[in-house]
Design a protein around this ligand. Structure first.
Ligand SMILES: O=P(O)(O)OC[C@H]1O[C@H](O)[C@H](O)[C@@H](O)[C@@H]1O
Length: 319
């Protein structure tokens, strides 16, 4: 636990030991940044535990963040990796979550920074890593008041963000800490940054059934890699977790997304009209530089009884 009142600005730096990741808080305590000795970095806003930046050693940003994204806690962040919990979209027919706002309350709550771990032995110097842990529970001061009012369950969330030289892993553990069982959905709403959406192909989803939220159709498939040429909003339900999703640009693989226990993959691009309609989406043609590939557990509900836990994660590897 970090004592914010007396916190040192730099949390990790031990003289005499091999160089390790440096973890710092912003001056206003709104965000945590970790940088590997090799230069890669990640930045996480406590609001939503939203990853808002992931850069390689050359300083190239891998995530898309809207220039008009609200980072002051007044709304969910448009870009980066918002955490969706306990409902994906809205669920008017689902008794427990029907009054919750779109995508739930995890992305609009202030999480607590629980601490970091780094690879410290010299054998790991060639593959340094840093893990940042964040927590949110039903008892937390930072919980969105809407949650307490509309979702009266005792829960605990731990969200871990792990940076290595060539990957970012984000994983969540949901625990039911109360007597009442609850249903939940989880999704990691990742906005990948691309140079030009017209040169992007997405492999790994061919022949995979999907629900098309734009066309309002279910159980569709396509035979070839996916390209994005219009508004796209699909929930794919791959039969196997081992199917990686690879995002290529001009035929060159750029990101490989693998999933741990997250059975579904949402692909979203708002395109011209939807982007124009979102006040926090800037620049308006920014949809050409982004693609959301969102691993989740959203096509059904995880039912957690007292003491049960659900764990899910994604790894995005630079290829
Ligand atoms: O605008 P938001 O609440 O952040 O949602 C952004 C998008 O999230 C997901 O990708 C959904 O599938 C979309 O239907 C939704 O439009």
């Amino acid at each position: 636990m970090v004592d914010r009142a007396n916190k040192p600005k730099t949390l990790v730096s031990t003289p005499g030991l091999p160089p390790q990741a440096i973890v710092t808080f912003s001056d206003d305590n709104s965000r945590v940044r970790a940088e590997l000795p090799t230069g890669e970095s990640v930045e996480v806003l406590l609001h939503g535990a939203t990853v808002i930046s992931w850069k390689d050693a050359a300083g190239d940003e891998k995530l898309w963040l809207s220039e008009a994204a609200k980072l002051d806690g007044s709304k969910a962040v448009r870009g980066g990796i918002p955490v969706v919990f306990p409902v994906f979209g809205t669920a008017p027919d689902h008794e427990q979550t029907k009054t919750l706002p779109q995508h739930g309350f995890a992305r609009t709550s202030r999480w607590e920074f629980l601490g970091k771990s780094t690879s410290e032995d010299s054998s790991s110097l060639s593959s340094p890593s840093v893990k940042l842990d964040f927590g949110l529970s039903s008892a937390a001061a930072g919980l969105d008041p809407l949650a307490r009012e509309r979702w009266p369950f005792a829960f605990n969330l731990i969200y871990s963000v792990t940076l290595t030289r060539d990957s970012l892993n984000t994983g969540i553990v949901v625990t039911n800490d109360g007597e009442k069982p609850f249903d939940c959905q989880v999704l990691l709403h990742t906005y990948l940054r691309v140079k030009d959406i017209s040169s992007v192909t997405i492999e790994g989803l061919a022949s995979t059934p999907y629900t098309d939220k734009v066309a309002s159709t279910t159980n569709q498939t396509h035979p070839d890699p996916l390209t994005i040429t219009a508004e796209t909003d699909r929930v794919y339900t791959p039969s196997s977790l081992s199917a990686a999703v690879t995002v290529s640009e001009s035929g060159v693989p750029k990101f490989r997304v693998t999933r741990d226990n997250l059975t579904d993959v949402v692909v979203w691009n708002p395109w011209t009209n939807k982007a124009a309609g979102m006040a926090d989406f800037e620049p308006k043609d920014g949809f050409r530089q982004m693609l959301c590939v969102e691993p989740g557990s959203v096509s059904s509900w995880q039912v957690l009884e007292q003491g049960d836990a659900f764990e899910g994660a994604q790894t995005i590897t630079l290829v």
